[in-house]
Design a protein around this ligand. Sequence first.
Ligand code: URA
Length: 271
Amino acid sequence: MRWTERQQRQLHAMGLRPWGPAVRASIAPVIAEAGEAPEATQQPVVAATAVTAARTGAPSTGAEVRVESLPRVEADAGIASMGWTELARAVSNCQLCGLAGTRTQPVFGVGNPQAHWMIVGEAPGEQEDLRGEPFVGAAGQLLDQMLAALGLSREAGPPQRQVYIANTLKCRPPRNRNPEPVELQQCQPYLLRQVELVQPRVMLAMGRFAVQSLLESTEPVGRLRGRVHRWCGRPLIVTYHPAYLLRNPADKARAWADLCLAAHALRSDHA
Ligand code: URA
């Protein structure tokens, strides 16, 4: 197989070697011809009948998860009716959990509020805590490269080429420890309201805490990725967190396939 220059650039941006067997096996079918957006992966969009009702606690089989209505945001009527300015102010003044005492500043989100793509990560790290922007450290650089390979960016551009990025937690856990359940629960309404305001056409949940917060599932990422879930009527793709990919580069090819699947799901929904 011959790789076009564009294909090679895409692979390079992901840290993948065009001649690597993992690339040939898992992503060759998803990379489009030069100049085109990537095609769908070979994994089919899961039929609407294969539903795991994550929110009702039904046993999870690693099948599609559907969340038909917002999980808990209704319970917090104040947040559920906020606009962007009020929401940002509420996050900035938030004292709901102990992280308020250790953060430098909350990290709200970044990108066009009308972006077609929304990415949900885990929590700010040291760099993010200092800068007040999500994904600006090493994991963020990989994320930006992955997005660029699909022609997407958090910077200015048309909404169909833009991403809005937010985290499940708005404040950095000390020493980058994992989020605690109570912190995820307290912060969840802010994230849900961000999704409601952005109204993205496709969502990417990166890592297990984004999965826990959005899908309310404890299923491992490896079992949920590679298929199209539904979140309040829109496609949601689960994929590996960029920080995990930095530690496990062998899974980059799968993450790339997930991104291509998201692009395909978006196109299929709006064909
Ligand atoms: N990891 C995340 O999940 N979010 C960030 O903002 C930075 C690192």
